[in-house]
Design a protein around this ligand. Structure first.
Ligand code: PHB
Length: 391
């Protein structure tokens, strides 16, 4: 070996790297902040599964850069989640945080990521303010906003001839924001809200008293948001009470997510909901995604949570590619990513950093021993107004 020549070659490479002509290999550290316990536990594991599948699918595009992942359990607890986010950034030196399921947790970490300029890819939490009045150049949301999902349902339900609706959702930011977005469009189209109730997010096991109050208000329909274990319990009790035969159930589609609609089973029959993803979307991208997900995870259907994890991984990888080894550029590139994924076309709104995407209104029907989810209408390219956001 000619040491002199090797040394000279290394010196040339080093100078190319310093001059930026060749990018040096970077390690990107991702901190996954997700609920692995509590009311939203199942959602966290779907997001993580989707994220890992995304790393597998798009990881080969990374070139010499690498990604390492660590994770922490947020439960649905704002205070401990903020402490965990701080540890990931300040102690573990993570470059980017991914995750967050609860709107209240997102509100709790907002100031920290904004002030520390840590990029945060929101993979679920819909808190309107995070891409509205409290928006931040550091926050990019790939999932949805609470109002984005529910806004199309107000005019739609009014057009179905429903005049009087009762609202129900957990008593925290997401519950209230989702109901407000529905109310606005419903009332503007001639509908009337005849009552509403907000049970506690944590620990409600008996919806009986709430359902009795809803029935007593004599509405044409009930419109709700519930997710995770609360959605399973609520839908089953709705069926057990026999209310569905008189008063049909509508809501945001987390109610009957593919993550747990098989557990709800027949109780989910004849419910109609809106969401940014349904496993039955009939596109080549979605079919390939569902096939790969089911092959990797014991035949389980991929849910909207899994898609958010998958798309988050794609976002990180595309931004790393575009950054060419420059970590400061990586942050800027995150908000510029757009692609056609399992849910359809997806882009990040430069004015708010919220995702722009289709919303699907779909119906659940119990057929031949399983729940079939049929898309009734696609509302294309749903985009939030800036709502007080200035970057
Ligand atoms: C939220 O808190 O923003 C949230 C939680 C669970 C969902 C949707 C939204 O399924």
């Amino acid at each position: 070996m000619n040491l002199k020549k090797t040394g000279a070659a290394l010196a040339v490479i080093a100078s190319l790297v310093t001059s930026g002509a060749i990018a040096k290999a970077e390690e990107y550290k991702v901190g996954l902040l997700l609920p692995f316990s509590g009311v939203y536990a199942g959602l966290g594991s779907h997001i993580e599964n989707g994220f890992n599948l995304g790393l597998e699918h798009f990881g080969s595009e990374l070139g010499s850069d690498t990604i390492t992942v660590d994770k922490a359990d947020t439960e649905a607890d704002p205070a401990s989640s903020l402490a965990k986010a701080k540890k990931m950034v300040l102690q573990d030196k993570d470059d980017v945080l991914v995750g967050l399921v609860s709107s209240a947790v997102l509100a709790a970490v907002r100031d920290f990521v904004h002030q520390s300029k840590t990029p945060l890819i929101v993979a679920n939490a819909g808190n309107d303010e995070a891409t509205g009045a409290d928006c931040s150049p550091s926050i990019i949301r790939v999932s949805f906003s609470n109002s984005q999902i529910n806004r199309p349902m107000g005019p739609w339900l009014a057009a179905q001839g429903k005049k009087k609706v009762y609202l129900m959702a957990p008593d925290y930011a997401a519950g209230h924001q989702m109901m407000e977005a529905f109310r606005e469009g419903f009332v503007a189209n001639g509908g009337e809200i005849v009552g509403e109730t907000y049970p506690p997010l944590q620990g409600t096991t008996d919806y009986g008293p709430y359902l009795a109050a809803a029935k007593a208000a004599n509405p044409d329909a009930i419109y709700v948001f519930f997710a995770g274990s609360a959605a399973i319990t609520f839908v089953k009790q709705y069926k057990d009470f026999g209310i569905g035969e008189e008063i049909p159930l509508y809501g945001s589609g987390f109610l009957t997510s593919a993550a747990y609609v098989h557990v709800q089973g027949e109780a989910a029959d004849n419910t109609t909901v809106a969401l940014h993803y349904v496993p039955s979307i009939d596109t080549a991208e979605n079919k390939a995604f569902q096939e790969a997900y089911q092959a990797k995870y014991e035949g389980k259907l991929a849910s909207e949570f899994a898609v958010a994890g998958y798309d988050s991984a794609r976002l990180v990888i595309e931004a790393i590619k575009a950054a060419g080894g420059d970590k400061a550029k990586f942050k800027e590139e995150l908000a510029k990513v757009s692609f056609n994924g399992p849910r359809g076309p997806l882009r990040i709104d430069p004015a708010t950093h919220n995702v722009v995407q289709n919303v699907y209104i779909y119906k659940n029907e119990w057929k031949d021993g399983k729940v079939v989810q049929t898309i009734l209408e696609t509302v294309p390219d749903v985009q939030d107004a800036p709502n007080g956001c200035s970057m």
